[in-house]
Ligand binder design. Sequence first.
Ligand code: G6P
Length: 613
Amino acid sequence: MCGIFGVITNQEIPIGKIALEGIKRLEYRGYDSVGIVSQHEGKLFIKKDAGKIDEVHKKLKLDDFPGKVAIAHTRWATHGAPTKVNSHPHTNCTNNIAVVHNGIIENFMTLKKELIRNGHKFRSDTDTEVIPHLIEDKMKEGLDLKESIIEVLKICKGSYGLAILHLDLPDAIIVVRKESPLVIGIEPGKTTYCASDIPAFLPLTRICYILEDCEMAILRAGEVDFFNINTSEKIEKKSQQIEWSIDAAEKGGYKHFMLKEIYEQPTALRQTLKISEDEMKTFAQILLSAENIYITGAGTSLFASLAGKFIISRFLGKFIQAIECSELKIQLKDCLKENSVIIALSQSGETIDTIEAIRWAKKTQNVKILSITNIVGSSITRYSDHVIITRAGPEIGVAATKTYACQVLTLGLISLEIAKLRKQENEEEIQQYEKALKSTPQIIEAFLENNINLIKNTVKNLEKHSNYFFLARGISIGIAKEGGLKLKEVACRFIEGYSAASAKHGPIALVRKNFPIVFIAPPDETYERLIGNVMEFKARGGKIISFVVESDKKITELSDITIRIPQPGNKYFNLFSPITFIPALQLLAYYTAIFHNLNPDKPMNLSKTVTVH
Ligand code: G6P
């Protein structure tokens, strides 16, 4: 969940500035504390403190470091409070080894006790600090740095992306990974970078290597060597060219990444529409021959799967069960059958609970894993039988926006392939659905062009409220949950995203005059019943905010505020409303955060990539 960045060069470039800018581009991974260390003329130079990067930079001038090699860390605290001493980098007793770490050393307590018995002095409460001390011990036994790290990792249980500096090896950074992501960027002959994610070095180079589990890399200026840590042997790896545009990881003219990424949705969807039909067909064929189908993910990806299960079963004619990834094993342990398929959704491709779920299912019953992710080479791609990479481009805002839309669109494209193969609908009918799906970018564009003031006024109207219900029926329950999640994440409001029918079995007890209730109401087969639910809440004084299509009349009449999505009110467009309705809800969350002076890019306590259970 933390972010790590490293740079080593033979060029005359400001190493502190590069390290600071690199780690800032990873701040979405955690912002409890930040630290940078460089080495120069036989000394380590360390600056670190608790707080967001800009705050710490103001105090410590994080862009000012001597030398040509540096590693940096931005932390999402797990072991030890977010304090200065617990900030990375961590060093050993003799201060000649510095380590930054993303992951968890699960057996650190036992290792720490042993090290303390042997005379080591610890400064922090972190699990990471055992690593430099253990390396120090191994080197005392006569091993070199590389071999010492390999030996230390044999006794450390858990997950890691590590970057390590040692004063005896002034022209190298050693990095190693297990379960936590690490990528290497290179400007051949000049500068080498390491990072938890590609956007960190995207403005600097597009040539990249993806480190796999149990691989080590020794980075030198403009060069890199790879090793397998189980055998210690050198391995060859092929570099990849990153296709993301250079400005993709920058804010452009936008105040926040979240806003930029909301506005990028039409482009992201158009790019995703270009994915080849063959890739969709492969998924479609596997789903057609599966007996049991599960769809899984966490957070926004889970809510995308709530929409996706409706869209796919519409044409597949089979029930698809959506299960939260952390629950999948416990719920299926006694009933997972061989001819099952799991569709796994993950923006990052690194969410540990999603990875664990699919690895368990594969091992237990050899079920087929079909994954949809936004990140080439991410962990999920290694554990899947087939993968579709969405083309949203890098998403930096902690709250997922454009990647949700692209996930649902991909599921829509798969569903159309299913329809074509299954031939239950006539061709003309399928074409109508296809047309609706392909219109999603235009509908969103039209909405974004004309409705910002309405959203801002709605935010103002709701300024005093900190509790909301987000209600819907059928396919729109997923939209309600995702829209509510956005408001919760970035604007710190309390939301219950719920089935409108079930809301009278409990939640309605909370409704008093002006309690805000958001209804997601495309005119599908649930619409007439939803009217009844709106009336139940209105009768109790609730303030009704409804998201409807352009031509809507009935729910509009019952609503205090109506936000209209510019799309036709027919079954073709209704099916893909989880894509077209969501930008309006994302904007509601964004502007509520702004209204309350909250930074929507850095919600409290959250991290974009969750690599702990
Ligand atoms: C975290 C992020 C969410 C994200 C979820 C799943 O909670 O803050 O924005 O939806 O993880 O992440 P994934 O990368 O698997 O989609």
